[in-house]
Design a protein around this ligand. Structure first.
Ligand SMILES: [Mn+2]
Length: 253
């Protein structure tokens, strides 16, 4: 866990005096570098206190919170564990889940300012059908409605509907039920601008139109931490961030 700065009690979020904003990042041992760089990119830019926790499947198994057997459609270790976010936040306040293959370019405070308590969750409503048949390091790509919506979600953890997202439900429900937010009605799913989950290889920057400039790049096809994606779009930004993270790490130790 990490607090970006110590001034927790002074932060207001949606009118309330708040504790640090909780952020859960999906962790996969094959993408450790991606996780570290994603985390670094958030901490470096945030102007509000945040508490970042990796969602590590082996830890959750050891704690008896996760017991699902692995299925063939899981491309990462956090395919299902991500839906434990409201539980892990004690069904209290707002928290964010994000995949580890994100690079933040903006202050997370800007995202929290979009929070609206009338919703149970908020996310980017992608209308997206991937061109590739495989993703990352060869895992099978699957196509389904609301694809990629669950990769970055603001959860209103105290919302009554999200109390239904118990460990039992997360362990037993189908991928379709979870990834399509079927525990919710459509009007309980708020929308945030696509620049907060900007899909590399899909979304496009329009010159001179700041509304299209990514605030968080999602290397959904695989990012520069994989040999095959070293030259993907925005690879330079991620590599630069990684160098910075490595430098900071070596200065500390
Ligand atoms: Mn992803």
């Amino acid at each position: 866990m990490t607090s970006a700065n110590g001034n927790a009690s002074q932060v207001t979020n949606n009118g309330d005096v708040r504790k640090p904003f909780k952020i859960f990042i999906g962790y996969d041992p094959r993408e450790d570098q991606a996780y570290e760089v994603c985390r670094h990119s958030i901490l470096k830019r945030t102007s509000i206190p945040v508490e970042i926790t990796p969602i590590v499947q082996s830890d959750l198994r050891a704690k008896g919170l996760y017991w699902r057997s692995r299925d063939q459609f899981e491309s990462t270790e956090f395919s299902f564990t991500r839906f434990l976010t409201p539980y892990l936040a004690n069904y209290d306040g707002w928290a964010m889940f994000v995949d580890c293959d994100f690079l933040y370019l903006a202050d997370i405070k800007e995202l929290t300012e979009l929070i609206n308590d009338k919703y149970a969750v908020m996310c980017v409503h992608h209308d997206y059908f991937p061109k590739e048949k495989t993703k990352m390091d060869g895992a099978v790509q699957t196509v389904y409605p609301r694809k990629n919506w669950s990769s970055m979600v603001l959860y209103n953890c105290g919302h009554p509907k999200n109390k239904g997202l118990t460990p039992e439900v997360v362990n037993n429900q189908t991928g379709a039920f979870l990834h399509r937010f079927q525990w919710l009605d459509d009007n309980e799913i708020g929308s945030v601008p696509c620049v907060w989950n900007f899909l590399e290889g899909h979304n496009e920057v329009v010159e001179n139109d700041p509304k299209t400039f990514p605030k968080a790049i999602h290397y959904t096809r695989g990012g520069p931490w994989f040999e095959a994606w070293k030259t993907c779009e925005f690879a330079d930004l991620w590599l630069k961030e990684m160098q910075e993270y490595m430098k900071k790490k070596s200065n500390v130790s």
